[in-house]
Write a protein that binds this ligand. Structure first.
Ligand SMILES: NC(=O)c1ccc[n+]([C@@H]2O[C@H](COP(=O)([O-])OP(=O)(O)OC[C@H]3O[C@@H](n4cnc5c(N)ncnc54)[C@H](O)[C@@H]3O)[C@@H](O)[C@H]2O)c1
Length: 254
């Protein structure tokens, strides 16, 4: 699908990989709606790229419905959805004091990363399925953001890895399900990227993480993620696939 002129939704578009994706889509001519729970940053990014900010919580059906309505009122119906919003977490199953990890932490990560992404996708897909097909036979395309932790999660990453493995597992059935509506579905599994979260770590830790990547031995640039996200939109034969973007990184146990 050509990006020029299309309406696109980017969750997590206020920061990091989502922000880079929103900026690249806008640079390529899309009308971009920034969906994020950080309203202030969402407004800032949207103003920068001539898009619209649609503050929302991806886990909340009413909140996402209102955000999609605001986006559609500003740009028309969306044919592109980039699910990038997510949170990290690290928690040992058995805590230092011998107690079990709190269940709420596990539930919160699954709720945002997995259920939240599904929530936005189902609402986007239902609206997109009603649009006329484009000249190339497509109606729409959506992307999920997993992580290499879906495959080689580290100590303490049970919740995070399970949430991201859930997205990887959902990719093919979602693509098969939405094939009848001519909507493609792909997932990107990033390795280690230089986002605000990562930049908060001490320089020495960042360098040691970067050195663990076979090639290139540096953190990924958010622009490289955005480039792949946009390629998924333009390459009409990419569907039902989980693509690692990690410089051949395989995470060690800790
Ligand atoms: N940075 C990395 O190295 C890396 C590696 C693998 C996967 N990822 C994944 O990429 C995605 C983006 O990560 P990032 O590093 O850019 O993080 P980030 O913290 O910079 O951006 C995440 C954005 O998601 C938003 N968000 C979180 N929960 C939300 C909710 N419930 N509703 C709406 N918005 C919400 C936040 O406000 C934030 O703006 C995440 O899903 C993360 O798991 C990142």
């Amino acid at each position: 699908m050509q990006i020029q002129g299309q309406a696109a939704l980017v969750t997590g578009g206020a920061s990091g990989l989502g922000e880079a994706t929103a900026r690249e889509l806008a640079r390529l001519g899309a009308k971009v709606a920034v969906l994020d729970r950080n309203a202030e940053l969402a407004e800032k990014v949207a103003a920068d790229i001539g898009g619209v900010a649609c503050p929302c919580d991806i886990t909340d059906a009413a909140s996402v419905t209102a955000a999609l309505e605001k986006a559609a009122a500003a740009h028309g119906p969306a044919r592109i959805l980039m699910n990038v919003a997510g949170i990290g977490s690290a928690k040992r199953v058995v805590q230092r004091d011998g107690s079990a990890a709190p269940l709420e932490d596990f539930v919160r990560v699954i709720n945002i990363n997995l259920i939240g992404s599904y929530n936005v996708s189902r609402l986007f897909a239902a609206a997109c399925s009603k649009l006329p097909v484009l000249d190339n036979g497509e109606r729409g395309v959506m992307m999920f953001t997993a992580s290499v932790a879906a495959f080689d999660g580290q100590v303490g990453q049970q919740a995070y890895s399970a949430s991201k493995a859930g997205l990887a597992g959902m990719t093919l059935p979602m693509a098969r399900d939405l094939a009848q509506h001519a909507i493609r579905v792909c997932t990107v599994a990033p390795g280690l990227f230089a986002t605000p979260l990562m930049k908060e770590l001490p320089e020495a830790v960042q360098q040691s993480l970067a050195a663990s990547i076979p090639f290139p031995p540096r953190l990924g640039k958010p622009e490289e993620f955005a480039e792949l996200a946009c390629h998924i939109v333009t390459n009409g034969h990419l569907n039902g696939e989980v693509i690692r973007l990690d410089g051949a990184l395989r995470m060690a146990p800790r």
